[in-house]
Design a protein around this ligand. Structure first.
Ligand code: GCO
Length: 457
């Protein structure tokens, strides 16, 4: 697939607060569940935490200059809830708001459109102590926080992203427990899922009451494919996984109802705690839908594959698991499935008549290519990955699917959650001992793409 991207198409990059900021006790910031979780032995690679990360809290002007040098048109960052409201509700930390104001002004001065994500998993610990996402009250607290942030930045930020990958926060955080808060309770995961969605809709409504903006949510759906087995229990397991990863979220937000099979599966674990009026709030119309895409999902009978990814993250699908078919993998052990991005966009267009404009709000890969003797980093595999996925975006555009932009994950190497600093996703390499930034070859490639706005043969 070759061709040019539309004139208004936005090329950018993304990151998140806990993964790059550091400064976890600076500027009045309160603790988040990731501060707690990462300091509990065994939860992260070699005990890594976001205490310092890429020190973006202190180096953000240098980092924005790097983004300007790349010619980025948009930068998606996240706002640390506990940096703005250390207790989660009530008290506002003006130093925290001032940091994000300074970041936004720096971006705008560099000609870069800011996209602010309100929640990228770093829930204030104080709210976790009060029950966390399984408690319905967190949705109201989130709307209060969203209003505080909108009043501070709404005159300068027009692209608003509510909750990053709520599936991860709900099921990796509360079912498999491999992410913060490290809970292993499917009932808590389903309750968290519903309250994350309720928080999303409530916050969009609250911000719209304050003023204008383009509101969306970055989800991480993926095509679910079958491995070698197609026996009935495997087919059912695949449908459960498709329900949990994709349709629970997309149907609620775009169609205002949970699918019957998702409700049936959830009922085995205490159900989704829907109250009167909730679904209308969750289905608050959006200006854009974010798609964080990395690879598609292949499902096979549990225990019958070369390598299995995770367990316990799909309540009700215990007979099956995600598997990785033989083939090239990124450093995360993820397969290379670029056509899955087109297939996903095509499925969304067909399944959801009310599909709003799409932003590819994350796409990228982890590779740790070495420094060359001349100090450069030739990361051809990352270039090939980005090129292949962007060609699928071109294919979707040619096919009439309304994609508005593409954000590389990530601008900088950063804290990759349970994997800590062992996995590198950055267009720009970070030496964590010195905090020295080194743009990789892929950064130069991306700059050229942004300049030419096209992909040749
Ligand atoms: C996610 C998160 C990012 C990850 C990235 C690589 O999509 O899981 O938004 O925080 O770091 O996706 O896993």
């Amino acid at each position: 697939m070759t061709g040019s991207f539309p004139e208004e198409f936005l090329f950018g990059a993304a990151a998140s607060a806990y993964q790059i900021e550091g400064g976890v006790t600076d500027g009045g910031r309160g603790p988040s569940i990731w501060d707690t979780f990462s300091h509990q032995p065994g939860n992260t690679h070699q005990g890594d935490s976001g205490d310092v990360a890429a020190d973006h809290f202190h180096r953000f002007r240098e980092d924005v200059q790097l983004m300007k040098d790349l010619g980025l048109q948009m930068y998606r960052f996240s706002i640390s809830w506990p940096r703005v409201m250390p207790d989660g509700t009530g008290r506002v930390n003006q130093e925290g708001l001032d940091f994000y104001r300074a970041l936004v002004e720096e971006l705008l001065a560099a000609g870069i459109e800011p996209m602010a994500t309100l929640f990228h998993w770093d829930l204030p610990q104080a709210l976790q102590d009060a029950g966390g996402w399984p408690q319905r009250s967190v949705a109201g607290a989130f709307a209060e926080y969203a209003t505080v942030v909108y009043r501070a930045l709404g005159d300068r930020v027009s692209w608003w992203s509510t909750i990053n990958e709520p599936w991860c926060a709900a099921f990796l955080g509360h079912a498999s427990g491999v992410y913060a808060p490290g809970v292993r309770d499917p009932a808590a995961a389903f309750a968290a899922a519903h309250h994350l969605l309720l928080a999303h809709g409530t916050a969009v409504q609250a911000m719209r009451a304050e003023g204008i903006g383009r509101h969306g949510i970055p989800l991480n759906p993926a095509p679910v494919r079958l491995g070698r087995s197609d026996e009935p229990d495997v087919l059912n397991g695949a449908r459960v996984i498709d329900g949990l990863r994709n349709r629970l979220w997309l149907d609620a937000i775009l169609a205002g109802a949970y699918p019957a099979d998702v409700l049936e599966n959830a009922s085995r674990f205490g159900g989704l705690p829907v109250e009167e009026g909730d679904m209308a709030v969750i289905a608050e119309p959006l200006d854009w839908l974010g798609i964080n895409y990395y690879h598609d999902l292949t499902v096979d009978r549990a225990g019958s594959s070369e390598s299995q990814l995770g367990g316990g993250m799909h309540p009700g699908a215990e007979a099956v698991t995600e598997v990785v078919e033989p083939g090239p993998l990124t450093d995360m052990g993820w397969p290379l499935t670029p056509t899955g991005l087109y297939d996903l966009l095509d499925e969304l267009r067909l399944r959801y008549p009310g599909l709003p404009p799409v932003m590819i709000s994350e796409n990228g890969c982890a590779y740790d290519d070495p420094f060359q003797p001349d100090g450069t980093i030739v990361d051809q595999r990352r270039i090939d990955y980005l090129d292949a996925h962007l060609r699928q975006v071109l294919r979707a555009l040619e096919d009439g699917i309304d994609v508005r932009g593409y954000l590389v994950w990530s601008i900088l190497d950063n804290f990759e959650w349970a994997e800590g600093y062992s996995k590198r996703f950055g267009l720009v390499h970070v030496d964590y001992a010195t905090q020295r930034r080194t743009p990789r070859e892929s950064a130069s490639w991306y700059r050229s793409l942004i300049e030419t706005r096209g992909l040749s043969g």
